[in-house]
Ligand binder design. Structure first.
Ligand code: DOR
Ligand code: ZN
Length: 437
């Protein structure tokens, strides 16, 4: 007989709103949702203490690293950070060492990850050319990702034509192509270890705007589907909004840092705050915040990008995000700056639909019992020392937040509870994309 667990005394996210209800879990699935008194007879009861139970959060933009970059993060530390941040599924980015550009590397990542994960993981891969898409897709990746201004392994996707040809291939297999949109022609060279201001100047708004325009044109002409990673500017977001109105199948992500941190934090955090695309002025953060509020931003994503402190001194871009994203966005909800449904949707149903991860994303009978249980009472300061990530620094350090993760359930089991990981690694599974042929 499979164990029956009841979650009681909860406010549950059902059909896009919060309802006082309980959940019966049988094995790894949701068997019943209803009044606590109507739940199944349980072997075990989890009292949510009146907290909010949301569908398991998905992060479509995580750099788990591992392999030769294990000193920055590895599959266990990265997914530990994920469950501590309320995520039940993350998608791993391809800019690894070795890069995820061949079926062999992709398969090696899948194999090594099995048994080491605290949450579910799907993998991105970068095709070296459009004719490699089929083999990569059939080797188990969930989605594909390109950098327009950078090459991981000799590939080049910096012109509209190159992107068009690739989208034709990815879309014919039903794959969403994620694009880091910065126009290489507009990125200025700066010396080693630039200051954050100089680094930001080298990555102007125009670089993002041009690249997004190219990506949109390629998507329109190819009738494909594209997701723009971490949009960071008013100009870029406006282009995406207009393209959607024209019927182009384009979505976009926004990160916590591009939503609330401006280049003013460079003074306090120095090179820690260097990231690509860079932090910009208030005009742009306000546009991203409004875009989330209006639903023009589809997906919230962390761009969790761990490095060592020595590497940050050399201006390597990025910082960890898995453990601050939920507290930051729900603080914005509590402060009345974002509607609750936008934030929940952008972490659950929207990424699930965009990347065909629909085993998760909603609370309903028959679905996998993945939940993110959050605390909306009290305040605390973000403390980088408490991160499960190997990267214990953040430009959000010290910020007062009014929300936190209480528990993370994966397939019916608590993995993270009240500040601690309460399950051995290996509960997380690798999620494979559909085989295409
Ligand atoms: O800031 C960033 N860090 N932007 C990227 O595009 C890559 C990422 C990383 O891998 O560190
Ligand atoms: Zn990234």
């Amino acid at each position: 007989m499979e164990e029956v667990v009841n979650i009681i005394n909860a406010k549950v996210w059902l059909r896009r709103k919060l309802t006082e209800a309980g959940i019966s879990i049988v094995g790894d699935r949701i068997a019943k949702v209803g009044k606590d008194s109507n739940l199944l007879k349980a072997n075990r009861v989890f009292d949510a203490g009146g907290r909010v139970v949301l569908p398991g959060f998905i992060d479509v933009h995580t750099h788990l690293r591992d392999f030769e970059l294990s000193y920055k993060e590895d599959f266990s530390s990265g997914t530990a950070a994920a469950v501590a941040g309320g995520f039940t599924l993350v998608l791993d980015m391809p800019n690894n060492r070795p890069p995820t550009t061949t079926p062999e590397v992709l398969k090696a990542r899948i194999q090594k990850a099995e048994g080491k994960l605290y949450c579910d993981v799907g993998f991105y891969a970068t095709p070296k050319s459009p004719d490699q898409v089929r083999d990569l897709a059939n080797s188990g990746c969930i989605a594909m990702k390109i950098y327009m201004a950078r090459s991981l392994d000799g590939e080049k996707y910096s012109t509209e034509k190159e992107i068009f040809d690739l989208i034709k291939a990815t879309s014919s297999f039903g794959i969403t192509l994620s694009i880091h949109a910065e126009d290489s022609k507009m990125i200025r060279k700066v010396g080693d270890a630039p200051s954050p201001n100089l680094h930001a100047k080298a990555h102007p708004v125009k670089a993002e705007e041009n690249a997004i325009e190219m990506a949109i044109n390629a998507t329109r002409r190819s009738h494909g589907k594209v997701n723009i990673c971490h949009v960071s500017s008013l100009n870029g977001l406006s282009k995406i909004k207009r393209a959607k109105e024209d019927g182009v199948d384009v979505t976009c992500e926004a990160t916590p840092h591009h939503t609330i941190l401006t280049n003013e934090v460079f003074q306090k955090f120095g090179k820690i705050a260097i990231v690509e695309p860079p932090l910009r002025s208030k005009k742009h953060t306000e546009a991203i915040l409004k875009g989330i509020s209006d639903g023009d931003v589809d997906i919230l994503a962390t761009d969790h990008a761990p490095h060592t402190l020595e590497e940050k001194e050399k201006a390597q871009p990025g910082f960890p995000g898995l453990e601050i994203a939920l507290p930051v966005f729900f603080t914005l909800v509590k402060d009345g700056l974002l509607p609750l449904h936008r934030v929940v949707d952008a972490f659950t149903i929207k990424p699930a639909r965009r990347f065909s991860l629909d085993y998760s994303g909603e609370i309903d009978v028959g679905r996998t019992a993945n939940f993110t249980i959050i605390d909306l009472k009290g305040e605390k300061r973000i403390d980088q020392e408490n991160f499960f990530s190997k990267a214990k620094f953040s430009p959000f350090n010290g910020m007062v937040v009014k929300a936190g993760v209480y528990a993370t359930f994966i397939r019916g089991k608590e993995i993270f509870l009240n500040g601690e990981i309460v399950s051995p690694a290996g509960v997380g599974k690798v999620i494979h994309g559909k085989i295409c042929r």
